[in-house]
Ligand binder design. Structure first.
Ligand SMILES: Cc1cc2nc3c(=O)[nH]c(=O)nc-3n(C[C@H](O)[C@H](O)[C@H](O)COP(=O)(O)OP(=O)(O)OC[C@H]3O[C@@H](n4cnc5c(N)ncnc54)[C@H](O)[C@@H]3O)c2cc1C
Ligand code: SF4
Length: 483
């Protein structure tokens, strides 16, 4: 039972402070300062334990939010840790990286700032790791069945952990040289230090999951081999085909996709090399794309020492507060200022890039103009043309879907009209024993959805192997995206 007066006593929503900008741009560590336990427990005590907890509707994992809020309020951390893991394999990832769709859905948010759900989640899991509670959970008996998981992002890892714990022999294949998907090579160190991924992988390895990095399935291991070596397959290869900007000048040197740029910064932090082959150091940078990937480029540019940086977004500047078109408990489109934005750079909204300009084969700038929305598209605002100097341009305009790789073709899976791998209500592709989870089936999305889908696909695969399953399936493929 929650404190009935908690939200009346503590009306303020308090979040941890970020480290000073001058300090944090000088390193690659995570940006948040420690949060006092007393304050956190007061914040958890603002939860009303609603009869109908709308926060649940916001969370694809169905996290038991009011339960662990109250366990934290009353200092029962170990129980909170277990309840948190009952629905989420990796709260250490979501506690840092999730946009927390549960919070705008919180009932308290109707007339007060919502409960700090994400911070409570973060503190529970961090305390648990510190106390040694994240022990391996080994299966009580093995089933004699084997499963291959292709792709080691959050979807593949969640599926692998569920299936390993269910007693199957699980091998995770990853074409990159390290395990982790976008958690490893994509999301910058300052948003999540890679030791966080490593400690989770250590738990999974101790449970019995086998990891094989540097194996491109479909090339190094053929689809036929995969089918004959394993009883079931979970495809979790992500949506790695990026959207391009085919305008005049695109062929110039110095114009790169965000995912050609960001992984190098991760590799430098991993100690693979001292200087990245693509760096913002001493450069004028323009990032095209105003979303999270663009913000990750921005924070990376700051740390590499770019001399100036602009981030372009074709959409208009969002409102500061919830718009009537996204009423509570919907996820609102509002102006969000990430840590990277706080660190500097100019955000430019309603802008379209028309042409890249260059000299001697290298980009030196771009031509752009303002746009306004019209009939669902964009129209140029006359007289707003401008040029901007740039010697590094980063394209962060999202992803169009999974790559049409040899693996998918050889397996014979079907595709949706959006180019993602088609699946039924059980996350099964049309090919018997082959399941799909995460961005590969859903299209570019969020870590929380990848974990939820990984869990659901694991339940589908387990049912296929055993005729029944006790694994939870929190989502279905037809559930509407929150974001
Ligand atoms: C730069 C960036 C920042 C992001 N930041 C956030 C954030 O802060 N919060 C958030 O919620 N979401 C964020 N996202 C989105 C989030 O990372 C993805 O939605 C999520 O990682 C998808 O998980 P996944 O497991 O489906 O795929 P991925 O994480 O993409 O992993 C797929 C893996 O499969 C591997 N693979 C593909 N094909 C094969 C093959 N044939 N053989 C072997 N391996 C293969 C790939 O190499 C890759 O490592 C971000 C995305 C990007 C690009
Ligand atoms: S909706 Fe908000 S106040 Fe209600 S149970 Fe969920 S977190 Fe607590």
């Amino acid at each position: 039972m929650a404190d009935p007066k908690g939200f009346l006593t503590h009306t303020q929503r308090i979040l941890p402070l970020r480290r000073p900008v001058s300090e944090r741009v000088g390193d690659w560590n995570e940006v948040y300062q420690e949060f006092a336990e007393d304050t956190l427990r007061e914040q958890a005590g603002r939860c009303m334990d609603c009869g109908v907890p709308f926060c649940h509707t916001g969370c694809p994992l169905g996290n038991l939010i009011p339960e662990w809020n109250d366990l934290v309020r009353t200092g029962r951390w170990r129980e909170a840790f277990d309840r948190l893991h009952a629905t989420n394999n990796f709260p250490d990832f979501t506690g840092r990286l999730c946009p927390a769709p549960c919070e705008p859905a919180c009932v308290l948010g109707i007339n007060q700032p919502p409960v700090t759900i994400k911070q409570v989640e973060y503190e529970i899991v961090e305390r648990g790791f510190m106390q040694g509670w994240a022990e391996p959970i080994r299966p009580s008996k093995m089933t004699g069945k084997s499963v291959a998981v292709v792709g080691s992002g959050p979807a593949g890892l969640a599926a692998a952990q569920q299936l390993t714990r269910a007693g199957h022999a699980v091998t995770v294949y990853e074409r990159d040289d390290r395990i982790g998907g976008l958690l490893r090579y994509g999301i910058p160190e300052f948003k999540m230090e890679k030791r966080i991924v490593d400690r989770r992988l250590a738990q999974m390895a101790a449970e019995g999951t086998v990891f094989r990095a540097g194996v491109n399935v479909g090339v190094d291991v053929t689809a036929d081999q995969l089918r004959s070596d394993f009883d079931a397959v979970v495809l979790a290869g992500g949506a790695t085909a990026w959207r391009d900007l085919p305008i005049p000048g695109r062929e110039l040197d110095g114009i790169h996709q965000a995912m050609e740029y960001l992984p190098w910064a991760n590799r430098v932090q991993a100690g693979d090399l001292s200087e990245p082959p693509i760096t913002a150091h001493g450069k004028k940078v323009v990032i095209i794309g105003g979303g999270d990937t663009g913000a990750d480029c921005l924070g990376t540019v700051h740390r590499q020492g770019g001399t100036c940086v602009h981030q372009f977004e074709i959409m208009p500047r969002p409102p500061e507060t919830r718009d009537p078109s996204t009423p509570w408990p919907m996820y609102p489109l509002i102006m969000r200022t990430s840590a990277a934005h706080e660190e500097g750079g100019d955000r430019v909204f309603s802008v379209n890039t028309e042409e890249f300009i260059g000299r001697d084969g290298h980009v030196t700038g771009l031509r752009a103009h303002e746009v306004r929305r019209r009939n669902g598209g964009f129209e140029k605002v006359d007289g707003t043309d401008f040029e901007l100097e740039a010697d590094l341009v980063l394209l962060a305009m999202g992803f169009v879907g999974p790559e049409r790789s040899a693996l998918l073709t050889d397996l014979g899976v079907e595709f949706t009209g959006r180019g993602t791998v088609a699946r039924d209500a059980d996350f099964a592709t049309g090919v018997p024993g082959v399941y799909v989870a995460g961005d590969m089936g859903r299209g570019q999305s969020l870590i929380v959805w990848a974990i939820a889908e990984g869990r659901a696909a694991a339940a589908g695969a387990d049912r296929y192997l055993m005729g029944k399953t006790a694994l939870p399936a929190p989502v279905t493929p037809t559930m509407a995206p929150i974001r």
